[in-house]
Design a protein. Structure first.
Length: 735
């Protein structure tokens, strides 16, 4: 069985069908590219063949490049990985250029065979790049079909000619949202964006594509850039209009990425330089930049975390052996902010929901939250009225615990209070089936303690969602000391059903995500107390790739919550509590009534409409700015090490069992500088020895919280990396 099939129909149309065996989605491998090459030769040489249609034998067209292939090429290339990747990329260009020229005479541009692409469903990455090399693209108007070039999302850019072709088709400006934001579009939006030419009914797809192939003339198949006098739409860089475009785009890219994402910069350079030279040279330039990005440790780390490891976790890499635990009916206790969100995502995934609160009114408000999200979707034409009715029809909002009698999973999301949670747990378990799995969404209370309210602690587990539930993709699953395998499998199967990404960690204070994010906030607040200018703190954080500075983050999550957590932590830790300096600032802010965004006043000032206006000037009056401000990198190192050392300690303590979860969880959970691939990815880029040296300097200057963990010192001594020591073979290869 091979990835592509070749048939010639009675009208003389050669159909090349992509249908990778044993895969639900076509992804391109090295061998498959060779196959396409051979079929093209065959079709072009066969006089009986009048034209070619490339299509897929599956519901969708293609998911992109098999990124494991790139890792393997590097692995096998010895000490010349860049050359091997360049040769591989140029070979791809050769094949797609052959497809695009389709036998046209180089001088007369005559005598070629038309090639259409018939796209039955979703197409991403190299699938779309193959389509762009064809002469005409037909896409089926299938409800869930999306097409785009999302490479930028994993730290790459379209490197199979897509960057050069698409920017030459529509101009640099119009190409920006597709190339730089990696947007996936529905068929109609794709037609507006010129990614496809025609959107047709699914059952007419092949007929329309063949019809076009049989009627196309030479003039229809010569790409604009292969015609005399071609000019880049919107102007090449030295054209006055093009000049404006490139200056603007460059500013926009740097503004958005803060310069930390090599792929965005390289993409722009490839478009800029490519626009100045003939097409084939432009492809060579694209290939150079593409390989430069592939060789950049940031890109490898992003591919590893955001593609390979994320996918592995979603497919159940850490699922214990247990029969299928697909959830049929979930009970959600507490219809507040979190409970309502959990009810919505469950119902949206086709799971029946019982949503319980103390009063019917509260339960109804929770259900109304789901309605609100669905209404927004309808406004944006993403949801239909039927879908809304269907989803809402699955949510039974009630005060009656009897309704839990046929639930196979219960998720508790009532107030963060051990007593209230215990009471609710007992009341629910009294009515639920004896084999129900019971999960708590607590963010701070130990799971093992809460499990005491259940007679069957092996069926008790933590499923920690992040807010807002419908937007945040990470779910942290926490095993209490007695949690059994079936409970873990149930939680993982549930997370798979609602299409989120799970990590599984062991029970300890603040689990994993909050454990790392709290020191980040605290370090920022501590710097305010020291007299570091708040703008320096915030900008240093953003320039190192954090989505929110620590002060903005605490405003968003609420300073009141910060005070509450600080008090509870101090009570638990006693004399060992290290954050007095932080508390002084936070408690003072709370006393001043500056509780964060919810009170329209915090580290930032807000206008009446709740818009963030500026850093609150009152801070400088109380905490006079130092005459000598620290260097930006010092501030960045403090902010990053505050987080990553906690991640290393979580690994040392056994809270984290798998560094892949540590990295994926950090990026998806709190936006840890995605360019780094996560805390462990970043430490591997730095190298253990350099990390230890930096820690020693920080500890001497700022205190023992920066002391390098023993594990890191040991790794520095042995010259080890995290992915070398704790990763799977595949991780190490991608690094
Ligand atoms: P919330 O105050 O918005 O909602 C709690 C809901 O529980 C309220 O509707 C309340 O009426 C209901 N409730 C209280 N006692 C009840 C009882 N005895 N029976 C039935 N319902 C009862 O709180 P929230 O922000 O949704 O948080 C809920 C849980 O989720 C907490 O454990 C919290 O720590 C956790 N959590 C919160 C966040 C967050 O960002 N807010 C994130 C992760 C986890």
């Amino acid at each position: 069985m091979s990835d592509f099939h070749y048939d010639v129909d009675s009208d003389g149309v050669a159909v090349i069908t992509w249908d990778a065996p044993d895969k639900s989605m076509n992804t391109l491998t090295r061998e498959a590219m060779e196959l396409v090459d051979g079929f093209l030769d065959k079709a072009l040489a066969d006089e009986a063949v009048k034209g070619i249609v490339i299509t897929s034998g599956k519901k969708d067209f293609a998911g992109g490049m098999d990124l494991n292939v790139l890792a393997r090429i590097r692995e096998e290339s010895g000490d010349q990985p860049a050359q091997a990747l360049f040769d591989f990329t140029m070979n791809g260009h050769r094949v797609l250029r052959k497809l695009e020229r389709a036998g046209l005479d180089p001088k007369t541009n005559k005598g070629g065979k038309p090639v259409a692409c018939a796209i039955p469903g979703t197409s991403a990455g190299i699938g779309t790049e193959i389509a762009l090399a064809c002469h005409r693209r037909f896409m089926a108007d299938a409800p869930k079909a999306r097409i785009g070039l999302p490479e930028i999302m994993v730290g790459l850019f379209p490197g199979a000619g897509g960057t050069t072709r698409y920017s030459r088709m529509v101009g640099a400006m119009a190409a920006s949202p597709v190339l730089l934001e990696g947007k996936m579009m529905d068929p109609k939006a794709a037609r507006s964006a010129s990614l496809v030419d025609e959107v047709v009914a699914p059952d007419e797809l092949m007929a329309k594509a063949k019809e076009w192939v049989l009627s196309a003339k030479d003039a229809d198949i010569v790409k604009p850039w292969d015609q005399k006098g071609w000019k880049m739409p919107g102007g090449a860089p030295y054209h006055p209009q093009g000049f404006m475009t490139f200056v603007g785009a460059s500013a926009m890219v740097n503004g958005k990425t803060q310069g930390v994402y090599p792929a965005a910069k390289a993409l722009l350079s490839a478009v800029y330089e490519g626009a100045l030279v003939p097409f084939d040279t432009a492809l060579r330039i694209e290939a150079r930049y593409f390989v430069g990005v592939l060789m950049n440790p940031s890109s490898s780390a992003m591919i590893r975390s955001l593609f390979l490891n994320k996918t592995a976790l979603e497919k159940g890499a850490n699922r214990p052996e247990a029969p299928d635990q697909t959830v049929r009916k979930v009970g959600v206790l507490g219809a507040g902010m979190m409970g309502a969100g959990i009810a919505y995502v469950s119902a949206n995934a086709g799971i029946d929901v019982v949503l319980i609160d103390q009063k019917q009114e509260a339960a109804d408000t929770g259900k109304a939250h789901a309605e609100g999200i669905l209404d927004k979707g309808i406004k944006r034409k993403k949801v239909t009225e039927e879908k809304k009715a269907e989803v809402l029809g699955r949510i039974n909002a009630t005060t009656e615990y009897e309704a839990l009698s046929d639930c196979d999973l219960i998720v508790e999301a009532v107030f963060e209070d051990t007593g209230v949670k215990a009471e609710v747990t007992k009341a629910a378990l009294a009515k639920a089936p004896s084999d129900v799995i019971f999960a708590t969404n607590t963010s701070t209370l130990p799971i093992t303690e809460l499990a005491k309210a259940a007679d069957t602690p092996d069926q008790f587990i933590g499923i920690h969602f992040f807010s807002p539930v419908d937007k945040m993709n990470l779910v942290e699953i926490i095993k209490g000391r007695q949690t059994g395998d079936r409970a873990v499998a149930k939680a993982l199967d549930f997370v798979r059903q609602i299409r989120k990404t799970p990590i599984v960690v062991n029970d300890a204070r603040f689990f994993y995500a909050n454990r790392c994010i709290i020191p980040y906030i605290n370090e920022g607040v501590r710097m305010v107390k020291e007299g570091v200018t708040p703008a320096l703190i915030e900008n240093a954080a953003k320039q190192v790739g954090m989505p929110l500075g620590p002060l903005q983050l605490v405003d968003e999550t609420s300073i009141e919550l910060g005070v509450k957590i600080a008090k509870a932590t101090r009570a638990a830790m006693g004399d060992a509590y290290p954050d007095e300096a932080v508390d002084e600032v936070l408690f003072w802010m709370a006393d001043e009534g500056r509780l964060g965004r919810k009170s329209n006043a915090g580290f930032y000032a807000y206008d009446e409409a709740g818009k963030r206006v500026e850093l609150w000037p009152g801070l400088a009056e109380r905490y006079a700015p130092l005459d000598d401000q620290p260097a930006v990198t010092d501030v960045q190192h403090r902010l990053l090490f505050a987080q990553v050392l906690e991640a290393v300690r979580a690994l040392e303590d056994g809270v984290l069992e798998d560094i892949r979860e540590g990295d994926v969880g950090a990026i998806l959970g709190w936006g840890f500088a995605p360019w780094s691939g996560g805390p462990f990815g970043w430490l591997d880029i730095l190298g253990a020895q350099r990390a230890v040296d930096l820690c020693d300097g920080l500890a001497a200057a700022h205190g023992p919280r920066f002391t390098a963990p023993d594990l890191l010192r040991e790794m520095a001594r042995k010259g080890e990396t995290f992915y070398g020591r704790f990763g799977t073979g595949q991780d190490a290869a991608a690094a």
